[in-house]
Design a binder for this molecule. Structure first.
Ligand SMILES: *Cc1c(COP(=O)(O)O)cnc(C)c1O
Length: 361
């Protein structure tokens, strides 16, 4: 068996021990004589799986009691619509900070449904930075302020949150979920697709403050999109993505074993430092995100020569480095170094980068 170092932005690398456990339980989950894939979502065994997953997530993130945790389907993208459907029910207005492709998509979706306003954008410099959160002119009447906390494609991250006063802050954390501790109480809604840092594609986790679960929705909002209905139905308005939730639960336990989010943060910072220190020490490669806004999860870099970049991507494969090609809107390379990427993988990447530099400089 040959496992590669998988730097994919998502779906992405998962902890090997989790995959092995899942393999061992594939045919007979804990004496039930069936796979989790084959079991009723109303069964006692699955009930325990989803309840344990929620309890472990609450524990890891220190989620206050006045927040609900929902395990839903449709990825982060379906919630681009779900957010306005559930929250644009007061003034009908919302402020969006557009810091990359994902927040731009979310903004466009909300603008289809209501009065969404882009209050700041970093598109002028190919989203290489996070707009200054101290100079925003936010609408105090807005139903929410929206950010994408880690822009997966551009490798930028909010190191300071906007002060939204009494207006709830909604954050897409898809690509930085559980990578470091956060203060949940600062947010109205935290949500993310799990396939970047937590589990298989198909699950999106929504953590929502209870007072935002109202009996009001935008007109024609389908039942399955209503957070309150999902909260009341324990995320089972219909059959939930059972197998995906089961894997998420295993990853939560794995993160606990790494020392929780504090432990995860230390490991992630060490990995990111290894890569950024090298990038900053060489004139051969350039990291494309502004230094002050750098992500420790996604690290885009270029040589400045598209042909050389293509050669890098092709030759990296021979060193067991996969999915290192950058997004087409940035070009070059992108190393996604999520929780489950071991530091050995980052070291292998840096070693290869050094060799490639020697051979091509
Ligand atoms: C990948 C990603 C999305 C989209 O996720 P889907 O599950 O494919 O809908 C949204 N936001 C961010 C930040 C992402 O990285």
């Amino acid at each position: 068996m040959a496992r590669v170092y998988n730097f994919s932005a998502g779906p992405a690398v998962l902890p090997e021990s989790v995959l092995k456990e899942a393999a061992a339980e594939m045919l007979d989950y804990q004496g039930t004589g069936m796979s989790v894939m084959e079991m009723s979502h109303r069964s006692a065994a699955f009930k325990r799986i989803i309840e344990d997953a929620e309890a472990d997530l609450r524990d890891l993130m220190n989620i206050p009691d006045n927040y609900k945790v929902l395990f839903l389907q449709g990825g982060a993208t379906l919630q681009f619509a779900g957010i306005p459907m559930n929250l644009m029910t007061g003034s009908g207005k919302a402020d969006y900070i557009v810091s990359g492709s994902w927040s731009k998509k979310a903004f466009k979706e909300a603008a289809l449904l209501g009065n969404a306003r882009c209050v700041a954008s970093s598109e002028d410099k190919t989203f290489s930075y996070i707009p200054d959160v101290d100079t925003l002119e936010l609408d105090p009447e807005a139903d929410y302020v929206y950010i994408c906390e880690n822009e997966t494609i551009y490798g930028t991250h909010y190191h300071k949150l906007p002060d939204t006063g009494d207006v709830p802050l909604v954050s897409d954390v898809s690509s930085c979920f559980l990578s470091e501790p956060i203060d949940v109480s600062k947010y109205g809604v935290i949500y993310g697709g799990v396939q970047k840092n937590i589990g298989p594609a198909g699950v999106v986790i929504v953590i929502v403050r209870e007072d935002l679960l109202k009996d009001e929705w935008l007109e024609n909002t389908p039942t399955i999109m209503r957070w309150k209905a999902q909260a009341e139905g324990d995320s089972m308005v219909n059959t939930p993505p059972c197998y995906g939730i089961y894997i998420c639960g295993k990853v939560f336990k794995w993160i606990k074993a790494q020392g929780g989010l504090e432990g995860m943060k230390k490991i992630n910072e060490a990995k990111a430092k290894l890569l950024y220190d090298y990038l900053d020490s060489t004139g051969f490669y350039t990291a494309t995100a502004e230094e002050k806004d750098r992500s420790i999860m996604n690290v885009p870099f270029v040589t400045g020569d598209a042909d050389l970049d293509a050669k890098f991507v092709a030759e990296a494969k021979t060193a067991g480095i996969e999915n290192i090609k950058g997004h087409r809107s940035v070009g070059g390379m992108r190393a996604s170094i999520y929780n489950a990427m071991p530091i050995e993988g980052v070291q292998a990447l840096v070693d290869f980068m050094k060799r490639f530099e020697r051979e091509n400089a």
